[in-house]
Design a protein around this ligand. Structure first.
Ligand SMILES: Nc1ncnc2c1ncn2[C@@H]1O[C@H](COP(=O)(O)OP(=O)(O)OP(=O)(O)O)[C@@H](O)[C@H]1O
Length: 253
């Protein structure tokens, strides 16, 4: 299931925030969106998730313009985890994850054993099955993030769009969640700040700066010392790790 963005622009008032971005992700691959603060990652994520319409250009799923999809049709295909998910008080972890099944059910269809199986599998995948009855408002920031990922997985999507899914997580959970996301047979876009994690878990990266696409491709050919200096203003030493043969980026301070 290919996800393709062509010449997409989005403005806030008169200010151009996403400026003519063209990039695509092949079926089953993970695209990492990287770039400095304010470079337009979240804005592009919202366009990819269908939460906003582009001012011009097109987002296409499976070769079809997203503009032609109905809400429900889109929700059956695309699951999104935003940075700050708002969830009502007095709901449990299980309630939140069960919401993921909504696009697959009609008002009259009963909850099925298959729905239960999918919800449980999603909770197991994020390591929170034993928290199913805990109230949402009592969860830590990292646990909330994992619950929102479980909700997205319970949606059984073909496309998964994640905005900084690791920013509240300890290092073990960062690795677990990114490994899980990378291994899922879904087409995934993930906005991520950590360049080493992007290099380790993303098949391709797209680098944004000032709302424009600076470069895209496999991490090993994109995340060069020159690019890191130009885009992030930081000197770095980039080598190939002896441990996992992916890039190892050391920042020279
Ligand atoms: N609705 C809006 N109205 C006005 N400005 C906006 C709006 N949404 C985003 N912006 C501006 O667009 C720019 C890009 O924001 P965006 O959140 O997409 O960046 P980002 O790369 O995700 O940043 P960060 O790494 O800090 O999360 C920022 O300067 C932001 O202030």
């Amino acid at each position: 299931m290919t996800l393709a963005v062509s010449c997409v622009r989005w403005l806030a008032g008169r200010r151009v925030i996403v400026d003519g971005v063209t990039v695509s992700v092949e079926p089953g691959q993970t695209l990492g969106l990287i770039g400095p603060n304010g470079s337009g990652k979240s804005s592009l994520i919202r366009l990819l998730a269908g939460l906003r319409a582009p001012a011009s250009g097109e987002v296409a799923l499976e070769g079809r313009s997203m503009a032609g999809f109905g809400r429900r049709e889109l929700a059956r295909r695309v699951a999104v985890v935003e940075q700050h998910s708002v969830t009502e008080a007095n709901v449990t972890v299980l309630d939140v994850v069960r919401l993921g099944r909504t696009p697959h059910r009609s008002a009259l269809s009963p909850w099925t054993g298959e729905d239960d199986r999918i919800v449980t599998e999603a909770l197991v995948r994020v390591g929170l099955e034993d928290r199913r009855d805990q109230f949402w408002h009592t969860l830590s920031g990292g646990e909330r993030q994992r619950v929102q990922l479980a909700r997205a997985l319970a949606q059984s999507p073909s496309f998964l769009i994640l905005d900084e899914p690791t920013n509240h997580l300890d290092i073990q959970h960062q690795i677990d969640i990114l490994r899980l996301v990378a291994e899922l047979p879904l087409t995934t876009v993930v906005a991520i700040h950590d360049l080493n994690l992007a290099a380790r878990f993303c098949d391709v990266v797209a680098v944004l700066s000032g709302g424009r696409l600076v470069a895209s491709g496999p991490p090993a050919s994109i995340l060069t010392e020159d690019l890191i200096a130009t885009v992030f203003g930081v000197r770095a030493h980039v080598s190939t790790s002896q441990h996992h043969s992916r890039l190892h980026i050391q920042f020279l301070m």
